[in-house]
Design a binder for this molecule. Structure first.
Ligand code: PGA
Length: 257
């Protein structure tokens, strides 16, 4: 029998990541333009990793070739390794600059990425102020998400509470394995990170979760059709109406529909 809740799932399956990414980029561009017309700020929650790269390329194209301005845009990134220097090859500050910010007209003061350089005793206060900054800007209008093989969104690994907020976390072994290529080996991948919490993410007005490739098929099935459980933090998203799942055929392969 078809799962009742599944009928409500806002799921779009595309033939490939390139086409899907174009759709997501247009969604974000529309949000930015709507806010510009209303004379308002657009507050975006952004993700790193391989998943959103093509979305950022399309946004850069829209800036360069269609005049899309980011002057009214504020961004909050989901996470950063801890410790991490912003100039390091693996830093998400560097990633965001190279993949997006260096190529668009967003004011630098509007960009927020968790700070991997803090002393440990400064982290709790910093995390509270990260939450406060988002709240002061009226909350996140759109949150972009990838999904890790552990079911994490941001670095909310299995065991994360549904009402967690921005905090220091320990990375799952599988996540460190997946990071090994960037760091040369798993041992070099930091064991900790600062991440927005599940509550931070779920309070966004719109959430777009993207997944490409067959290596995501199993976790996508559990996240969308499985039980809502802390074992798969992305499954918490099933409880919210404002979530759109944008995936490719390969990531959709194990969905029962
Ligand atoms: P990926 O990572 O985009 O590199 O697959 C996603 C994630 O771990 O959240």
């Amino acid at each position: 029998m078809m799962n009742e809740t599944l009928l409500d799932v806002n799921l779009k399956v595309y033939t490939d990541a390139a086409t899907a990414s174009k759709y997501v980029a247009y969604r974000i561009a529309t949000e930015i333009l709507d806010k510009q017309i209303a004379g308002e700020k657009a507050v975006l929650g952004l993700a790193t990793g391989s998943t959103p790269k093509k979305v950022y390329q399309h946004l850069i194209n829209l800036h360069k070739n269609a005049g899309l301005s980011f002057e009214n845009v504020y961004t909050f990134n989901l996470d950063e390794y801890y410790p991490m220097q912003p100039v390091a090859d693996q830093s998400y500050v560097r990633f965001m600059n190279e993949q997006l910010f260096n190529h668009i007209d967003i004011p630098k003061k509007n960009i927020f990425i968790p700070d991997g350089t803090l002393s440990t005793d400064a982290i709790a206060h910093y995390c509270e102020s990260y939450e406060q900054r988002i709240a002061d800007l009226g909350g996140l209008d759109v949150q972009l998400l990838g999904i890790g093989r552990t079911g994490h969104v941001g670095f909310n690994e299995p065991g994360s509470d549904w009402d967690s907020t921005t905090r220091l976390v320990t990375l799952h072994d599988v996540t460190r394995e997946d990071g090994a290529a960037d760091f040369g080996s798993k041992e070099n991948v930091p064991t900790q990170a600062i991440t927005m919490g599940m509550q931070t993410i779920c309070q966004a007005k719109k959430i777009i979760l993207m997944a490409w490739g067959e290596h995501k098929a199993s976790i996508i099935q559990r996240a969308i059709e499985g039980t809502v459980t802390a074992d798969v933090p992305a499954s918490y998203l099933q409880q919210f109406k404002n979530v759109e799942y944008i995936i490719d055929n390969e990531a959709a392969a194990l969905l029962r529909k």
